[in-house]
Write a protein that binds this ligand. Sequence first.
Ligand SMILES: [Zn+2]
Length: 92
Amino acid sequence: MPFLAASLVAIRRKCGKAYCLCASGEGHPAHLLTFKDGRKQRAVYVPQEIVKEVAQWVKSHKRLKQLIRDISGLQIAMVRLQVRLRREQRKA
Ligand SMILES: [Zn+2]
């Protein structure tokens, strides 16, 4: 399962061609991926043809993060249980 730790943002972008309709309008629809590279915030344009795929990768990463949180929560519960078991063993 491919995943991507970034945010996908829909934007409007002017192509720079002087005679394009976008020069006077609001620009062509485009997508940016924003992510952290160390402490720097970075962005990269996503070709329209792969936007859907990239969106899937970003979604997979969100799911993965949630899964990590859930499993960590379970592991904490396991540790707590071990503490309680040991306490009760000492009493017996
Ligand atoms: Zn244009």
